[in-house]
Design a protein around this ligand. Structure first.
Ligand code: AMP
Ligand code: TRP
Length: 338
């Protein structure tokens, strides 16, 4: 049953943090799935700027505001159609923060300390804000506020969707069956795109900002993307088969497979006996062919601020129309409000 009473189809919700540039991992792990599912599902795609505040030293206010616009524009440039999907900025809908407080009150601290992302991010710092710990509670609020059925994300977010389920289940257990329990939607291929410089680590924004040749940014000039791919770490062999590939070669083959949608047999036949240099060149070609139209559309959108503002205003309004009744029902259930 839907509290918001507005569900016409099954719903998906997902988001990306407006910190730094999106890369091929985000594109393949998240955005390609969003695009592919936006017709079959009622879709909400959020730019999660409140989450970006959890690393305040990485964020300058003007940079954060600009990043939020750029990421919204990138969603559209990557094929999210604002006519059929709802694109909005998280902080434009105050219900997220309010629900997050209520959910936080039913979330045991132990669950939060268990999160891999918290452990990794807090490990390197002397002192962290409490928002870094309660980050998954806000993420749970993002999801249940829209009664989302599925959450399309990359592999690294699986644990956060699992805790969102647990939080929603615990809330329902305590206060009645109100919240929809979400499912993670993780792609079969490309759920974890690896770093080009080091195929044992996932391609990540933060490493990409520090290490040249680690990632392929969606806004990287084609020359830069090509150089990073040509320098990608492989191995000393020359066998180009999915089953026998070392992590670096498998990563390149996966990029090729996902971006061309060609079958494995046909890809293996294409590269058989050709050596890694050839594979890299062809991967660079398909990556650049993917990036060029995205970058062209992105530039157009950034030159039309009024158009983007219109989409984000409409997106926030529609998001609020779903979120407000859900929050009201939650407040009623826990004894807030009259
Ligand atoms: P982030 O850029 O960390 O905010 O992540 C945004 C989305 O992209 C999430 O759904 C992530 O799971 C996904 N994602 C980020 N990096 C990768 C990667 N290297 N491979 C696959 N998916 C990724
Ligand atoms: N934590 C996610 C990431 O870093 C971003 C996110 C915030 C999200 N809220 C969400 C993803 C809700 C899916 C659904 O990638």
């Amino acid at each position: 049953m839907s509290i918001s009473g507005t569900k016409t189809k099954k719903r998906i919700l997902s988001g990306v943090q407006p910190t730094g540039n999106l890369h091929m991992g985000t594109y393949i792990g998240a955005l390609m799935q969003w695009r592919a599912n936006q017709v079959d599902y009622e879709s909400l795609f959020c730019v999660v700027d409140l989450h970006a505040l959890t690393v305040p030293e990485a964020v300058d206010p003007e940079v954060l505001r600009r990043n939020s616009r750029e990421i919204s524009a990138l969603y559209i440039a990557c094929g999210i159609d604002p006519e059929i999907s709802n694109i909005f900025v998280q902080s434009d809908v105050h219900e997220h923060a309010e629900l997050s407080w209520i959910l936080g009150c039913v979330t045991p601290l132990g669950w939060l300390y268990r999160m891999t992302q918290f452990k990794t991010k807090s490990d390197k710092r002397d002192s962290v804000g409490s928002g870094l710990l309660t980050y998954p509670v806000l993420q749970a609020a993002d999801i249940v506020l829209y009664e989302a059925d599925q959450v399309p994300v990359g592999q690294d977010q699986k644990q956060h969707i699992e805790i969102a389920r647990e939080i929603a289940q615990r809330f329902n257990h305590l206060f009645g069956d109100l919240l929809t329990i979400p499912e993670p939607m993780i792609p079969k291929m490309g759920a974890k795109v690896m770093g080009l410089d080091d195929p044992s680590r996932k391609m990540s924004k933060s490493i990409g900002m520090e290490v040249k040749g680690h990632s392929i940014g969606l806004l990287d000039p084609p020359k830069v993307a090509r150089k990073a791919i040509m320098r990608a770490v492989t191995d000393s062999g020359n066998d180009i088969r999915f089953d026998h590939a070392s992590p670096g070669v498998l990563n390149l083959l996966t990029l090729y497979e996902v971006l061309t949608d060609e079958s494995r047999e046909s890809i293996e036949a294409r590269f058989s006996g050709k050596g890694y240099g050839h594979l890299k060149k062809d991967v660079a070609d398909v990556v650049i062919a993917t990036l060029e139209p995205i970058q062209a559309r992105f530039t157009e959108l950034m030159n039309e601020p009024g158009y983007l503002d219109g989409i984000l205003d409409k997106g926030a309004e529609r998001a609020r129309s779903i979120a407000a009744p859900v929050l009201t029902a939650v407040k009623q259930a826990v004894g807030l409000g009259r």
